[in-house]
Design a protein around this ligand. Structure first.
Ligand code: FAD
Length: 167
């Protein structure tokens, strides 16, 4: 039986500074074992525990979408012990991911409906996952109009600007 408390080993593949004040970074991870990526099968809206041996574990929403294969992404705000440690880590470093955990958005209930997504600040992570999921060619026809209303304290604090075509 799988031990749900055992993190899957991952390598930091890319780190992107996500906001102008550098308080948010987006980490792209790849699984060291291909079969772990398959076991880590998630829905848009779920979160995972990011696990740094000897430091701690933090729950973080999954910012990548299930339709994006080969990696998982998380956007992390630097606030305390574990998030600060993570912000100081480098591409190539190894750590762990445990999950997926939590509920997800009820995609079947949203089918054939207009969808309005409203979010603010860095709580937008799992909404990014959802938007990418709905816009995927395999899913787009299941939904009618998709409108996104997104705000942050200042324009420089908006996440995923290029993807969202923010001007
Ligand atoms: C389901 C879920 C999803 C989440 N998704 C995200 C996400 O996508 N992105 C994200 O960035 N965050 C997310 N969070 C929040 C994230 O889990 C927390 O920011 C993280 O756990 C903080 O861990 P830390 O060790 O860095 O902070 P800690 O060290 O635990 O500190 C937490 C807070 O307490 C303060 N603090 C710590 N020690 C002291 C002290 N001695 N005196 C006074 N204040 C102190 C810190 O300054 C900080 O503000 C999510 C949380 C949940 C539950």
């Amino acid at each position: 039986m799988e031990n749900p408390y055992m993190p899957y080993p991952v390598r930091i593949d890319d780190i992107e500074i996500a906001t102008e004040d550098k308080s948010l970074k987006t980490f792209k991870f790849v699984f060291l074992n291909k079969e772990d990526e398959e076991k880590f099968s998630y829905h848009a809206g779920q979160f995972a525990e990011l696990s740094i041996p000897g430091v701690g574990e933090i729950p973080i929403g999954i910012a990548s979408s299930p339709v994006e294969k080969g990696f998982v992404k998380f956007t992390v705000f630097r606030t305390g012990v574990v998030t600060s440690h993570l912000h100081n880590m480098k591409v190539g470093d190894i750590m762990g991911i445990r999950g997926p955990l939590g509920n997800w958005y009820p995609w079947d209930k949203l089918e054939n409906k207009n969808v309005v997504i409203i979010g603010g600040g860095f709580a937008f992570t799992t909404l990014r996952s959802s938007i990418i999921y709905m816009l995927d060619p395999a899913n787009r026809s299941r939904f009618k109009n998709i409108d996104v209303v997104y705000g942050a304290r200042s324009p420089g604090m908006l996440l995923y600007r290029e993807e969202l075509f923010v001007v």
